[in-house]
Design a protein around this ligand. Structure first.
Ligand SMILES: [Zn+2]
Length: 309
């Protein structure tokens, strides 16, 4: 274990359980043929950074071959260490497409649909960020405005700041043809075009070209600041991951909100199921009949957990 991880581990140890109870999370982590049965932060780091994963990921995102080497993987490695414990464990899962979104839950037969809890559209990992529901839009706007504030605080070259914020909004709006960048600072337009080729979803996921950091370093030198482009890009990647994390958290809040469309649909589905069972009590064992001594209209008013029984 490296010293930083050790310090973190010692600090956070009393607050968390060393094991995740498998039943409550419904997933386990595998490194090759080995299941990670214990909390081993170092193996997770090593695994998350391993080259095959990055290569597969690059292929999935269709990143042009000549640009793969220009992505700042090293900054990603540093950035993951800046994240809180829960989030740093979630990021590799999220990037690998294993986060329990509708599509994954349906495939694993944990639910019989792949609906987004916010808009009822087909829910993939990308959809969590692209969801058109008003709550999702509000979360996105607030996340981007805090990114914008951080840019200002970190004395970001204004052309870089504007380029990134504008392109991220265009990505979320899924604008087809991106306007040619026309920034004044020398070299910025080329970086934007290269990042267009790599993709802005990849950017959000940490596929950030090293050239951004180099350009920011140039600016720090010009304004005679001792900040470094390296530190800037590391924090930027952490902030980008936190956008996904915040969108994911907002979405999860929606699942547990009794007024959300997802909850209302689940109630309707269970009510239909309960009605069928009431019409066919004779097929049940004596023991199970106890559930049906109560009027179904009373049961309709109960919580989702109660109905699942
Ligand atoms: Zn949605």
């Amino acid at each position: 274990m490296d010293s930083l991880a050790k310090v973190y581990w010692n600090e956070s140890k009393p607050l968390i359980l060393p094991f995740y109870p498998p039943s409550s999370y419904g997933w386990s982590l595998w490194v090759g043929a080995r299941k990670l049965a214990s909390w081993d932060r170092q193996s997770l780091y090593n695994h998350a950074q391993s080259t095959p994963i990055l290569e597969r990921w690059s292929k999935r995102r269709n990143i042009p071959h000549h640009l793969i080497g220009s992505i700042d993987w090293e900054a990603c490695e540093h950035a993951i260490k800046l994240l809180g414990l829960t989030c740093s464990l979630w990021i590799p899962k999220w990037l690998a497409g294993f986060a329990p979104v509708g599509k994954v839950q349906q495939r694993n037969q944990f639910q019989d649909h792949a609906e987004c809890p916010r808009c009822s559209g087909f829910e993939t990992t990308a959809h969590v960020l692209l969801c058109p529901a008003p709550q999702a839009q509000r979360q996105w706007d607030s996340s981007l405005s805090s990114l914008d504030q951080w840019f200002a605080k970190a004395l970001t070259l204004p052309d870089l700041q504007n380029a990134i914020i504008t392109r991220l909004h265009s990505w979320r709006n899924q604008d087809g043809d991106l306007p040619a960048p026309s920034y004044n600072w020398p070299g910025v337009n080329d970086i934007v075009l290269d990042q267009d080729a790599v993709g802005w979803q990849a950017f959000l996921e940490g596929g950030v070209l090293h050239a951004w950091a180099a350009k920011q370093q140039e600016y720090y030198n010009w304004i005679k600041r001792r900040n470094t482009g390296k530190r800037w890009i590391t924090t930027l990647i952490k902030k980008l991951w936190e956008i996904s994390w915040d969108m994911w958290e907002q979405r999860n809040g929606e699942v547990n909100n009794p007024e959300s469309p997802a909850s209302l649909r689940e109630h309707a589905r269970l009510d239909a199921l309960i009605t069928t069972n009431y019409e066919d009590v004779s097929t049940l064992t004596i023991k199970d009949r106890r559930w049906f001594r109560r009027l179904k209209e009373v049961i309709f008013t109960k919580s989702l957990e109660y109905k699942h029984q």
